[in-house]
Design a protein around this ligand. Structure first.
Ligand code: ASP
Length: 456
């Protein structure tokens, strides 16, 4: 049995929806189809989810939001019309969206999540209706009825364990099941969404729940590439990658597969096949528990901007029992999640996402570090980017760190931080955000030289 998830670009237009339906029915093993909301038809276009967010924001700011919602309704109507579905077939969608816009807004988080979720929800209803019009035994599954029970964290929900036992029953439901991605319900009955891009997470949860043989993740590229094709021309394609490698790369900016979607498939050892809706016969990339390293010790280079580092030093820090705990407690109490913690003998840096470290948070944290920990020196560096070189082969290959550092030196890039965990599946470098593209190109040329030489 297969669970297949289709991303927003695969559902952006009638032609794309047709491709999705052709793929869905072409393999009887495909049992559950997870859909995103319609995405962008071209670079200038707007995703339905973003249009819904605009409508919700308008209402939360005291406006009607009707013009924004009219654009969403129009999008579904044009897809249905181009699919040749009978007039009136999107009336229920229009009614649903208009009704949701009029909802009570007193809990802004719930209102926002309910509107965001409507993109996937109505897309799943439309796809199921279209498949039935083609004579396919297909039905829409409401995540509440299906049993997608999530934590009550608006926009940032996590699956609750009880979901798995409930969703397992979908195995025995007849016909093709069309399940909307991106959201579920809290125990209170409220709609809650995963973080953005979260339909991947829905698919992974369903794959684990029904113990699928494969989780197929359809997107708009033939495979995962070793570096961002927007930075490196024609990067090498990856045919196999492990869960651990993918987790590191997704964390550091690979957007093909959501990093939080890896946990359910990792814990149940379900292989993931990233495939292209526009070229379904291409083998795609397999995400697996293990891979043969062969000649690819490095499998990917990723970079992510938007971090800052809080550096502090205190003479004899190494002798002060409990210093680290007290430092992290300050971050915990200020509700800031830390990402990394590189340290020296008498100094330590706390790396946090810049978005969480507002000027207000900075003032609090710095004052507390100075007063409570009596640090000798403390300062903040913003505009930090993290570059990761990832590969299971690192454990057994000598000299990779030296090669990476030489590549940075040749590109005249100053290293602010180097971090290599004992797992040795990745090396992480902190550099200025301005140097990111150069850094990725320099590392690519270093670790994939055959390709560079062939092009020269
Ligand atoms: N539609 C949602 C988003 O744009 C979720 C998804 O596409 O996976 O973030």
């Amino acid at each position: 049995m297969k669970v297949a998830k289709f991303g927003g670009s695969s559902l952006a237009s009638a032609a794309q929806v047709q491709k999705v339906c052709d793929i869905a029915v072409s393999d009887p093993e495909r049992k559950i189809i997870v859909v995103s909301a319609p995405g962008k038809r071209d670079k200038q276009d707007t995703k339905v989810t973003d249009m819904l967010i605009a409508a919700a924001k308008a209402r939360l700011h005291g406006e009607s939001g009707e013009a924004e919602m009219a654009r969403v309704i129009e999008r579904y109507e044009s897809i249905a019309a181009e699919l040749g579905m009978p007039a009136g077939s999107t009336d229920a969608i229009a009614e649903n969206l208009t009704g949701l816009l009029a909802m009570d807004t007193s809990d802004a988080g719930v209102f926002m999540d309910t509107l965001k979720a409507a993109g996937e929800d109505n897309c799943a209803r439309l796809v199921a209706a279209y498949l039935r019009s083609r004579g396919v035994d297909a039905s829409y599954v409401n995540p509440k009825d299906g049993g997608m029970v999530l934590s009550e964290e608006s926009g940032n929900a996590r699956v609750l364990d009880e979901s798995y036992a409930r969703l397992q029953a979908l195995r025995d439901q007849p016909g093709l099941l069309i399940f909307p991605g991106f959201f579920g319900y809290a125990k209170s009955g409220k709609v809650v969404t995963f973080p953005r891009g979260g339909s991947d997470i829905t698919g992974a949860i369903l794959a684990k729940a029904v113990q699928a043989d494969v989780y197929e993740n359809f997107t708009d590229v033939d495979s995962v590439f070793v570096a961002n094709p927007g930075i490196v021309d024609n990067p090498v394609a990856v045919s196999e990658i492990t869960y651990r490698e993918m987790r590191e790369l997704s964390y550091a900016g690979f957007s093909v597969f959501h990093d939080e979607a890896l946990e359910p498939v990792f814990s149940s050892h379900i292989p993931v096949n990233i495939k292209n809706t526009n070229n379904p016969s291409a083998p795609g990339t397999w995400i697996l528990p293990e891979r043969e390293v062969k000649d690819m010790p490095v499998v990917g280079i990723a970079a992510s901007k938007g971090f800052c580092s809080i550096y502090l030093s205190k003479y004899m820090m190494n002798r002060e029992i409990g210093f680290g705990r007290r430092l992290l407690q300050i971050f915990e109490e200020e509700n800031i999640s830390f990402e990394h913690l590189p340290s020296g003998i008498d100094n330590i840096s706390v790396i946090v996402p810049e978005a969480c470290f507002t000027p207000e948070a900075e003032a609090h944290v710095l004052a507390r570090i100075t007063n409570e920990l009596q640090a000798d020196d403390v300062y903040v560096e913003r505009g930090l980017a993290l570059v990761m070189v990832v590969g299971e082969g690192m454990r057994h290959t000598i000299g990779l760190a030296a090669r990476a550092c030489s590549a940075f030196a040749r590109a005249d890039i100053n290293l602010e931080m180097i971090n290599q965990g004992f797992s040795e599946v990745s090396m992480m470098f902190g550099i200025s955000s301005d140097d990111v593209d150069n850094a990725v190109r320099a590392l690519y040329d270093e670790f994939f030289p055959a390709r560079v030489a062939a092009e020269a």
